[in-house]
Write a protein that binds this ligand. Structure first.
Ligand SMILES: NC(=O)c1ccc[n+]([C@@H]2O[C@H](COP(=O)([O-])OP(=O)(O)OC[C@H]3O[C@@H](n4cnc5c(N)ncnc54)[C@H](OP(=O)(O)O)[C@@H]3O)[C@@H](O)[C@H]2O)c1
Length: 298
């Protein structure tokens, strides 16, 4: 009987694209999330996708989820900490648990989704947790492939839809002067990279940084969206110190609109390093943001 690929976070934005790509390639997929029924996933061929309710904080549930799998993909995210869960719990301990229990179960391949710019010394708690998570995953599962995407876009994403909202404001605030450079990557290209990683021989320490074909600044991305929507707005530079103050004050709200971590993330470029391995090493030509934007935003 064919062994499945378990996709942790398979109901999420990236996870759904990964599941679709794996099913297209003939894999059986087991979707593992806390609420696995919520997302529409490929219904054909019948039986290609099964669902498994699991919280990655639960040792026994993760062990059950990875049992009998050929491969595991970790696409679980946490962008904002809450009273119940922090970045270390998901991005370090949860990631380590998946890697360790997958190794113990004899799983052959693990693809761990991280992010560009991971750094154990970062000012961002999020980035530090991701860096420690990568290290923990490699220690527990030395043959793991780590994929570090830049910001991911696609239909129904968080990124373009948030900026669409921002460009409705009468005046559009920039992070600093808006010069931070991003390398937005299409969600389906990241899914192709996951599938390609599963198909290649294991090489311990494999890391690929995934950026799209264009490297626009934040200001340029806002201009693209304004042009696409036919809106005219003033773009107002706002110093990072002011953003941090706003983020600290809004931490008192039940659902903060922005966190200090998110501000810190916007303070540095989020692009593929010159010496990093990337899409080309996986035989993939990534798309750029501007030609895809109309399809993604509708
Ligand atoms: N989106 C981006 O721009 C971007 C950029 C770079 C890197 N990444 C990385 O890509 C990965 C996927 O991100 P995404 O944007 O697709 O996230 P997402 O849409 O927020 O999806 C998160 C997934 O994780 C599951 N999940 C959350 N907490 C869980 C828990 N405790 N136990 C089990 N499952 C849990 C969610 O399902 P339940 O809530 O039902 O559990 C959902 O399936 C993450 O590692 C993220 O950091 C994303």
């Amino acid at each position: 009987m064919q062994q499945p690929v378990v996709v942790f976070g398979g109901t999420g934005f990236l996870g759904r694209a990964v599941v679709a790509e794996l099913v297209r390639r003939g894999w059986l997929v087991r979707v593992a999330a806390r609420h696995p029924q919520v997302a529409a996933l490929p219904g054909k061929p019948a039986g290609a996708v099964t669902r498994c309710a699991v919280d990655i904080r639960d040792e026994a549930a993760v062990a059950t989820a990875v049992a009998g799998a050929a491969a595991v993909v970790n696409a679980v995210s946490l962008y904002v900490e809450t009273r119940d869960v922090d970045f270390d719990t998901i991005h370090m301990h949860g990631a380590e648990r998946i890697a360790r229990l997958a190794a113990a179960a004899g799983v052959d391949r693990l693809v761990h989704i991280s992010g560009i710019g991971v750094d154990t010394q970062s000012a961002s708690r999020y980035v530090r947790a991701r860096a420690c998570g990568e290290n923990a995953v490699r220690a527990a599962f030395p043959g793991a492939t780590v994929l570090r995407p830049s910001v991911i876009f696609g239909p129904g994403d968080h990124f373009l839809s948030a900026l669409d909202g921002v460009t409705r404001l009468p005046i559009v605030p920039l992070f600093g002067d808006g010069g931070t450079r991003l390398q937005p990557v299409h969600v389906e290209d990241v899914a192709l990279a996951v599938a390609a990683s599963l198909a290649r021989p294991t090489a311990p320490g494999d890391v690929f940084e995934l950026g799209g074909a264009e490297m626009p600044t934040y200001r340029e991305i806002l201009r693209l969206i304004l042009r696409h929507r036919g809106r005219r707005r003033l773009l107002l530079p706002v110093p990072f110190a002011i953003w941090r103050g706003i983020a600290r004050a809004s931490a008192l709200l039940p659902k903060p609109p922005i966190t200090v971590d998110q501000v810190n993330l916007m303070a540095g470029d989020n692009v593929v390093r010159d010496d990093a391995r990337s899409f080309a090493d996986l035989g993939i030509t990534p798309r750029g943001l501007s030609p895809e934007l109309p399809d993604c935003m509708g």
